[in-house]
Write a protein that binds this ligand. Structure first.
Ligand code: CA
Length: 243
């Protein structure tokens, strides 16, 4: 059976990158519209039906941040993969806090970009991206994010705080991706991007969350630590947005 061809929008003003990425995506069977200009990209997004947008940050006209912010404000939830400059941690955090779904740092390999695009499209087709995971399960544990309730086999149900649920939901919306402390501070706690804050609040919240949701507290499998980088959801976790 032939799957429906998916249309992607590529917004990148550097010719070499634009052409390489466009041709590689087309070779994978995607229909690709490309543009060098942020304002033109916004017009196309408003009229087109794209499965995903690959969006450079530095653009003439309207930059990638503004474009992302505008789309989300207008209720457009099309997945966005942002291309950021090397070492631009603030750019990455800013993009994610404005509603981008993922990022790649330049220089990147086209193969990695393709892998990210495919992973993101798979997730979108499972429906786990929207609305934010209402339920989450792993062997021995079930979490209802709408009811703020966690059930671990052999224990009394535990109530999650809204903050704990928000952390879990944020991770659930980004399966497989490592989320840093700074990103969580911006997205869940509302700190401004780039703020230099000394706080253990993220670690403490995750510690409390784990006591409620991890079947084995000493060997967390739901919220995994990636040393020096942050946290991500374990591979065994299933998310279900339908409930
Ligand atoms: Ca650029």
């Amino acid at each position: 059976m032939l799957a429906r061809v998916q249309r992607l929008l590529l917004v990148e003003d550097e010719p070499a990158i634009r052409i390489a990425v466009r041709d590689a995506l087309r070779a994978k069977g995607y229909e690709v519209d490309d543009t060098v200009d942020g304002a033109e990209a916004l017009r196309r997004c408003r009229s087109g039906d794209y499965a995903l947008i690959v969006l450079d940050v530095m653009l003439p006209g309207l930059d990638g941040f503004e474009l992302c912010r505008t789309l989300r404000r207008e209720g457009d939830r099309t997945p966005i993969l942002m291309l950021t400059a090397r070492g631009g941690e603030e750019d990455r955090v800013r993009g994610l806090s404005l509603g981008a779904d993922d990022y790649l740092t330049k220089p990147f390999s086209v193969r990695e970009l393709i892998a990210r695009v495919e992973a993101r499209l798979r997730r979108a087709s499972w429906g786990t991206d929207r609305p934010p995971g209402a339920a989450l399960a792993a062997p021995g544990v079930a979490v209802d994010l709408a009811r703020l309730e966690a059930r671990v086999e052999g224990r009394e149900p535990a109530s999650l705080t809204p903050r704990e649920a928000a952390v879990l939901r944020y991770l659930a919306e980004r399966p497989g991706r490592v989320v840093s402390r700074e990103e969580l501070l911006v997205a869940v706690w509302g700190y401004p991007p780039g703020a230099r804050v000394r706080t253990r609040t993220v670690e403490n919240t995750i510690g409390r969350l784990r006591k409620k949701i991890e079947p084995e507290r000493k060997r967390p499998r739901v919220v995994r630590t990636v040393h020096g980088a942050g946290w991500k959801l374990g591979e065994e976790v299933r998310c279900d947005a339908s409930s």
